[in-house]
Design a protein around this ligand. Sequence first.
Ligand code: ADP
Length: 334
Amino acid sequence: MADEIVIGSHADENDVYRFGKDLDIILLEFEDINISALKKLKQEGKTIICDPNELEIIQDKGKQKMLYKEHAIPTADFFLADDQKEIRKKNVPLPFVLKKRTQGYDGGGVKKINTLHDLSSAWDAPSVGEECIDIKKEYSLIVGRDQSGNTFRYPVVEQHFHNNAHLVHFLVAPIELKQQIQTQIDTIGDQVLNAFSTTGMWAIELFLDADEKVLVNEIAPRVHNSGHHTIEGSATSQFSQFIRLALGLPHGSTKTLTPTVTMNILGPEGKSGAYQAEGLSEVLKTEGIFLHLYGKKTTRPFRKLGHITTTGETTDDCWKKIRSAQQSLQIVVE
Ligand code: ADP
């Protein structure tokens, strides 16, 4: 659909610079992009969202954790280590959650370490080790700031994670929260907007622990999986919002228009290759079902191939529709 396509590596300085050099505004929709090139483009006067200096922090889960500490943002206790040898020397109590500092997305760089044997079979790269949280719920809060400095936030979303894949399977919005939980989340929203002072949008992934304390897991400075329901469910979708920020327009209303449940369509476990999405006519029969297929040619285990959002009178209604869509839809690997 684009007017122009530039082919290159997002990690390569020359390629990223070549991509941006004739543009006025650059929006980033994932984090792993060469920072030197982005900084050079910023120096040349391009508007880049998210700001490259902030992206540099977010690209590195270690730097993110240090930022939280600096701003007193609640997060799981952690340690940093350059390699396995350093982790062993630290003698940290087991279990803990090991995360690659860079380049680990969608659960790919996260591993629960129950034993030293688990550690041996993990990567040997700079990592963050985190206290293992007894997670009761996972939420997401999307906040942002437009070019005039006005801030906004979407209502909190509940994320249901896939049992085996460490990635989001379902989203529910809106949700009802106890006042004391909502208050903690509101404070975190303020703190994050304070920590990131530029124009942008930040999806804050949150844990609720067994003591009903809210902790920040990580932040994505962009449109996010946890905002997909805003396309049908909110007065302004996260995508229009991002474009408004880029163009210097006022941010739009984040009001909820209807209950939604969203399901990520994931590639089947253990299978890779070309695929067909079958059962679509059955899925599409129901009112209030919105199918988004991303047009990816091949699947991998748990690859995000699309999503379905359901709208309805109540959240229960939406769940019924999504469960029936889940039954009908088959990803068949050729
Ligand atoms: P990614 O960047 O790959 O999305 P995350 O850091 O969000 O990785 O972790 C993926 C999932 O792993 C989380 O959503 C959560 O379910 C689980 N997880 C991450 N950190 C912890 C932790 N400290 N304690 C318990 N579970 C965790």
